[in-house]
Design a binder for this molecule. Sequence first.
Ligand code: ADP
Ligand code: MG
Length: 277
Amino acid sequence: MEDLILRADNVSYAYEDSEGMAVRGVTLGFRTGEMTAVLGHNGSGKSTLAKLLNGLYIPTEGHVTVCGMDTQEDEHTWDIRRSAGMVFQNPDNQLVASIVRDDVAFGLENIGVPSAQMPARIETALRQVEMLPFIDRAPHTLSGGQKQRIAIAGILAMQPKALILDESTAMLDPRGRREVFDTVSRLNREQGITVVWITHFMEEAARCDRVVVMDDGQVVMDDTPKAVFSQAERLRAMRLDVPPMVALGDLLRARGLPIAHEAMDVSAMAQEVLKCR
Ligand code: ADP
Ligand code: MG
């Protein structure tokens, strides 16, 4: 139990002046060091769940705990926000200062880090996202992927236990998308940061440890990528797809080729195909 950094117990959430629940009866735990993808069609409740998980929203029913702190208890608000940092979709809405260094400092000022400790924290965070050489640059001169990495550094400087990223690659070009995914995946592997990766890119989900699928405010699937993506029909019924290489694997297996179900990306698939020669 203690190794669950983020935990939702029978959580429901209704927006004010709207009928029905955006999140309904969700029970979910995120273990230390795990990288989980959250999938679901538009309106399935992913963003609402994300905001519940770091205390931006308080459950209408049920409880969310972050590192054991209940989000309903006001005295924990700042500890919770810094323990479970959130990165959003649009990098331009997240950068507030005119110099990268000041941007990363912003969150630290909010949580009252003494100014003597700031430079070291800022530099470490920028190094972690491989953006230290850009410390004196103006954010508007950076690419989308670089801006997202600065936004991530701003969170890392607060030394969070978990990162929640809500479609943080959706507005990026393919290169920026890869840059940001690879950065977060490396932080997860090398530093053990727990990651909740909300995405509509199936190939990103295939690279996570675990895939949670939401539909109509509920968690309807929660398993390994391999197990989730082996249910193509069920995903299609929820207007979701499987990663391209999974679809290719299904086709090739149907033609009798012994392609392993584990081959979910291009290089793994290439190896499987070469074995068939
Ligand atoms: P997703 O991120 O999966 O697209 P959301 O969590 O944004 O889903 O939305 C879940 C449901 O809540 C949808 O029906 C959506 O219309 C509704 N919703 C989202 N934000 C608001 C809001 N600010 N006010 C009222 N309803 C909202
Ligand atoms: Mg959303």
